[in-house]
Design a protein around this ligand. Sequence first.
Ligand SMILES: [Cu+2]
Length: 70
Amino acid sequence: MHKVLKVEGMTCQHCVQTVTETVGKLPGVAKVEVNLGQKKVTVDFDESQTQVESISAQIVEAGFEVVGGS
Ligand SMILES: [Cu+2]
């Protein structure tokens, strides 16, 4: 499953690293890519192991805001 989330609140490379690491820790997540300029987080994951809701919750818990997805 390939999902692109719009995330507000990321301002620097440290935020990028935080999001990448925290989402990357979830089971079944194969790849996380953050585009700081476009405020987009692209996640490749196995939906039998992780749902997009869990990914969003993890990003929120790290201190950011998920404002949309596609
Ligand atoms: Cu930052």
